[in-house]
Write a protein that binds this ligand. Structure first.
Ligand SMILES: Nc1ncnc2c1ncn2[C@@H]1O[C@H](COP(=O)(O)OP(=O)(O)O)[C@@H](O)[C@H]1O
Ligand SMILES: [Mg+2]
Length: 588
């Protein structure tokens, strides 16, 4: 079954194959024509409805008057007003027909098209479909009328084509609009045909209830060749099924020239078919190669997505864990932090009371004096304030860390909120504090902040943390790495620093710049920076996902920009540009 609205190369090859062999064990051109027409009629259907696409399909061939059956001769000569007829006069003869109405399934029942004498060019012009087809075959009507087939040999081997009327309604090429096109809802007409070595023309005409796309038309062309191949062996034999006399005599009449002519024609048609077949093989291979390349791309994308998902999943579980820990620490730390101030006040009170005691009783008992000496009361009085002060600072720091951890743990929620960018940067820095501090092998990293006042920005808070974490960790990695390099960096004005600047670019955008003065990167690395799995770090340390995920978050999910300026030996600057408002927010 073939659907003309989605006719494929495969359909073309399959249909062509059937048509080329459909003539086996048939005895006449009419019989083989019937098989061709019925096959097409039965097999061209709409895939959705299984309804046949042809309302009517017909095969015509030009046949010299003398070879027509007596009935057809009578019919043709009637059309010529019974004038004496040249035996070589070509008549466009209906050989096979199939269609919706019962009377369309028998050629003898056709009232207007049984055998139309093509007496002259004017007669051809009166059949617009046929004259159009002749034109599309690259012939002029004179050549079709031409009795001498020798002149046509060359043409015959080249000429095959498709005739196509995309819109049957109102088309000047399709007559019988009122009686046929409109009532039977004919949408388009396709004809294909060619010339036979005898100089006779064959044509298959399909009147369709579907519109056919342009691409299908080209694919139908080779079917004209297939039909021609099938008709060729019958060129010298019997035309009509019901004309016995012709059959008996034909073998004797065939001469060598005719056989050679037929073989040449077959050869040419086969060559054309081979061309078509080779071309379609090429097209198919190209398609296959393309499909394979696409598959490969999809596979890579899948692998990336998979890894990113895993990474995000890890980050999300990390977020959940951090949230849990933060929650557990939060209560005791609040407890400590909240009680330190009253404790300090109580101690202060007790110290003051002690002082009053000392003033009122300047000569305490020996036991008291011994105890004062033992505990070194003077030192306690001086030190206590300092101790409480540092306890206060300590709890405040833990309090800040817990706050950052809670901020960080908002990872799990992928919803867009109005986010304070500075708070996000600060809490990320807080979590990275351990890596920023001085180590035995490296000095403390100096963090320089140049914050301008920023509005709240529509962003998924957790994802912003993730981006900042990725970029800041990379900066720290790069500084660590450059500390370990034996050769000092070419330009290193300030030792180990990360400079974070924020500013409002205009009404729509804010910009965050994170610049380190680490080792920087080569042009090669810069090109691949945002590719998934690209890493220059040893395995176990680098995954090559940080920047690709960041790019996805900033560019693809939030419509922002993520750029990198860097030169080898001169550090790297990452610029994150984000829109202040997200579109969905504006609509809501
Ligand atoms: N600040 C930076 N300085 C120098 N190179 C960097 C910097 N940030 C990223 N890179 C380069 O980009 C690569 C990819 O980074 P990333 O996607 O975060 O993956 P990973 O950190 O796992 O290697 C790094 O391996 C590194 O070569
Ligand atoms: Mg990284």
């Amino acid at each position: 079954m073939y659907d003309l609205t989605q006719f494929s190369l495969r359909d073309m090859s399959e249909c062509g194959l059937v048509l080329r062999h459909i003539g086996k064990n048939t005895n006449s051109t009419e019989e083989v024509s019937n098989r061709i027409i019925n096959y097409i009629y039965e097999n061209i259907v709409s895939e959705n409805t299984q309804e046949k696409s042809c309302v009517l399909i017909r095969m015509f061939q030009t046949i010299p008057y003398e070879k027509l059956t007596p009935g057809l001769q009578e019919y043709a000569s009637k059309l010529l007003n019974n004038q004496s007829v040249n035996p070589n006069l070509k008549c466009l003869t209906l050989l096979a027909t199939a269609g919706e109405k019962p009377e369309w399934n028998l050629r003898q029942k056709s009232s207007g098209h049984k055998a139309i004498p093509l007496a002259n060019k004017e007669a051809i012009a009166k059949i617009p479909m046929i004259s159009r087809l002749i034109q599309q075959l690259g012939l002029d009507p004179g050549q079709v009328l031409e009795a001498d087939p020798n002149l046509l040999t060359d043409l015959e081997q080249k000429m095959y084509n498709v005739f196509y009327v995309a819109d049957a309604l109102g088309s000047p090429y399709i007559p019988a609009q009122e009686s046929f096109v409109i009532p039977f809802n004919i949408k388009s007409v396709i004809g294909f045909g060619g010339l036979l070595p005898s100089g006779n023309m064959f044509v298959v005409l399909m009147f369709l209830r579907v519109k056919v796309p342009r691409e299908t038309i080209d694919l139908l062309k080779p079917l004209a060749l297939a039909v021609k191949m099938t008709l060729l062996p019958f060129e010298q034999s019997q035309i009509f099924s019901d004309c016995q006399t012709e059959k008996i005599s034909h073998k004797k009449e065939i001469n060598k020239d005719k056989i050679i002519e037929q073989l040449q024609s077959e050869n040419a048609a086969l060559n054309h078919l081979l061309d078509v077949s080779e071309k379609s093989t090429l097209i198919q291979s190209e398609r296959l190669e393309k499909a394979l390349a696409e598959q490969q791309k999809i596979l890579e994308k899948l692998q990336t997505t998979h890894a990113q998902l895993l990474h995000t999943e890890k980050m999300s579980s990390l977020g959940q864990m951090v949230a849990g820990v933060a929650h557990e620490i939060n209560n005791p730390i609040n407890f400590l932090h909240g009680n330190i101030t009253p404790a300090q006040e109580y101690i202060q009170d007790i110290l003051e009371l002690l002082e009053i005691y000392q003033q009122q009783y300047p000569h305490p008992t020996t036991e008291i004096q011994n105890k004062i000496a033992e505990i070194d009361l003077d030192f306690i009085q001086k030190d206590l304030d300092g101790i409480i002060g540092s306890m206060k600072i300590g709890t405040e720091r833990i309090y800040e860390i817990v706050k950052s951890m809670r901020n960080f743990s908002r990872f799990e929620k992928a919803e867009i909120k109005q986010v304070d960018i500075h708070e996000a940067i600060d809490s990320t820095l807080m979590l990275l504090d351990n890596r920023i501090q001085a180590k035995t092998y490296s000095p403390k990293i100096k963090i320089i902040k140049e914050y301008q006042e920023l509005p709240l920005v529509d962003f998924c808070a957790g994802q912003l943390h993730q981006v900042l974490m990725n970029i800041l960790s990379n900066a720290i990695d790069s500084l660590d790495e450059s500390n370990n390099k034996p050769i000092p960096i070419k330009v290193r004005k300030n030792y180990n620093q990360i400079k974070i600047c924020t500013k409002v670019l205009n009404e729509e955008w804010v910009v965050i710049s994170i610049a380190d003065n680490g080792f920087g990167m080569t042009e090669e690395v810069k090109k691949k920076l945002f590719d998934s799995f690209f890493t220059t770090k040893p395995s176990g340390k680098g995954t090559g996902l940080g920047l690709s995920i960041s790019y996805q978050i900033i560019v693809e999910k939030h419509g922002g920009k993520l750029l990198c300026n860097s030169q080898l030996g001169e550090g790297a600057e990452f610029i994150i540009q984000i829109p202040i408002r997200q579109k969905i927010f504006q609509v809501a």
